[in-house]
Design a protein around this ligand. Structure first.
Ligand code: F6R
Length: 364
């Protein structure tokens, strides 16, 4: 039931504060207890020396974000690969690698095949982050973290993605505590997570402003999404959402790659969306944006309201809630979901069932 919403996608976007809170509430003691990941998790976590993440589509983007967390906060080497590539190549594995699959449905054919094909002995253990209990990936993995997004009906994944990110940050904290992550830092991370539903709620309150921005995209055929650092995979997710539901060709680039090719595309028909990081990469991003502006491109900047961006000719700034760096990828995702949603609605596409796509891809 869509209730008061025009589409399931919008309803699911708005359910995120609740879905995130429900996923976080699993850890009642706010300690990111090992038992959350299933029986035997503690013994596995003690031994992990590397992480291999495998997933498809939006779930793959969640894995890309997690790589930044796992390497920075837990000091664990992490590889992320789309399942359809992972399963068909000869690989070299670190010893004691934890195989992590991520899947909303738990039934995606390539991801499941990647798990099944992983030779016994290749990996220390397998862990799945899934939203559907008793799905194939859940039944066949050693360890399981079930997100509490609730049923997701819209084909474009929204609340499943943001709850996957929460699960992955909880996993990072659990692994980090064994690998030199200080108790103080761990507490900061847990506190940031506990406030996440609030930051997401504040982002939802920007809906009207985002709808205003969206008008500039309706008549366009292409869009470029830029990010740096951990916001780069969020730019990828923003671009995927836009192409899926509005059928506008969108591509994401790490902002530092602009000069190496995509800048040639930039003119006044190419809106450029920038997802700003808040740290030392911010200044670098600003100079990348100047490169776009001086070529006549129109910029849409999603940035922390304290980051010092102001709207000016050809630069439209969306002031995002001020929040800890670590949860920014999750918070900014919500703004980009709303952007594609409004573009699609105005274009009149079938938002909940985009052409040619299926909710669960159970064939290769
Ligand atoms: C995009 C989307 C797809 C899925 C992908 C994997 O909005 O929904 O890219 O993320 O098909 O599906 P799951 O997560 O069920 O394995």
């Amino acid at each position: 039931d869509k209730g008061a919403f025009d589409h399931y996608m919008l309803k699911e976007i708005y359910e995120q504060p609740r879905a995130l809170a429900a996923t976080l509430a699993l850890d009642a003691r706010h300690r990111v207890a090992d038992e959350l990941f299933g029986e035997g998790a503690a013994a596995v976590f003690d031994k992990v020396q590397a992480v291999q993440i495998v997933a498809c589509g939006t779930s793959f983007h969640a894995g890309m974000v997690a790589r930044y967390w796992l390497e920075e906060l837990a000091g664990l080497p992490c590889q992320v690969e789309v399942a359809s590539e992972f399963r068909y190549r000869k690989r070299v594995q670190h010893d004691n690698t934890l195989l992590v699959t991520i899947s909303q449905s738990g039934e995606t054919a390539d991801t499941l095949a990647a798990l099944r094909d992983a030779a016994p002995g290749d990996f220390l253990a397998s862990l799945v982050i899934a939203n559907v209990d008793n799905s194939s990936l859940v039944r066949e993995s050693d360890l399981v973290f079930l997100t509490r997004a609730g049923v997701e009906i819209g084909v474009a994944s929204t609340k499943a993605f943001t709850t996957q990110l929460v699960a992955l940050l909880m996993l990072t904290i659990a692994l980090g505590r064994r690998r030199g992550l200080s108790e103080d830092r761990a507490t900061d991370l847990v506190n940031a997570l506990q406030r996440l539903p609030e930051y997401v709620q504040e982002t939802l309150e920007l809906d009207r402003d985002i709808e205003d921005l969206s008008e500039a995209f309706i008549a366009k055929h292409h869009a470029l999404f830029l990010g740096r650092g951990i916001q780069y995979p969020i730019a990828m997710e923003g671009a995927l959402k836009l192409k899926e539901i509005s059928y506008i060709h969108a591509e994401a680039y790490p902002a530092g790659e602009l000069k190496h090719g995509p800048l040639a595309l930039v003119d006044n028909n190419m809106p450029v969306v920038a997802v700003a990081p808040g740290d030392d990469l911010l200044e670098k991003l600003k100079s990348n944006l100047e490169e776009v502006r001086s070529r006549g491109g129109e910029l849409f900047v999603f940035a922390d309201r304290q980051a010092g961006f102001a709207s000016e000719p050809r630069v439209r700034v969306l002031n995002m809630p001020h929040c800890p760096e670590v949860v920014k990828p999750i918070v900014y995702t919500v703004a980009l979901q709303l952007l594609s949603y409004h573009v699609a609605v105005q274009k009149g596409t079938d938002v909940d069932k985009p052409r040619n796509l299926a909710k669960s891809v159970t064939v290769e």
